[in-house]
Design a binder for this molecule. Structure first.
Ligand SMILES: [Zn+2]
Length: 120
């Protein structure tokens, strides 16, 4: 026996997700899972850079294997290694820019709160 989720969508309409008889809400609307959803969302946001770093590490590992087994000559390997290094540096720059932007946003929010207090 199944029924529809009791949740309300962002546009105000009834959620159309079918849930089991023991459930009232689908995953996206279950109030008990709100914390879990938030954690997953923030983890997804952070994992993008980690995914790129993991890809670079994998490339380096493969490059090392290829050199050791003679599939890639040393001079090509050296150039590929430089490119990987450059990409790693870019990722670091990108991370720092993002971090600075996040800090600026938080500062602006704080300044807004302080101005609101002074106005009173
Ligand atoms: Zn729902």
């Amino acid at each position: 026996m199944t029924s529809l989720c009791a949740g309300i969508k962002r546009d105000g309409g009834r959620c159309a997700v079918v849930v089991g008889a023991s459930q009232t809400y689908c995953y996206a609307h279950d109030p008990a899972r709100q914390g879990e959803r938030k954690r997953n969302a923030s983890r997804a946001g952070k994992s993008r850079g980690n995914g790129e770093i993991a890809a670079l590490k994998e490339q380096l590992r493969k490059l090392a294997d290829d050199v050791l087994e003679g599939r890639v000559d040393r001079s090509s390997a050296a150039v590929v290694n430089q490119i990987i290094n450059t990409r790693a540096r870019l990722l670091e720059v990108e991370r720092r820019i993002k971090e600075t932007e996040e800090l600026e946003e938080r500062l602006e929010a704080l300044e807004g709160v302080l101005k609101g207090r002074q106005a009173r």
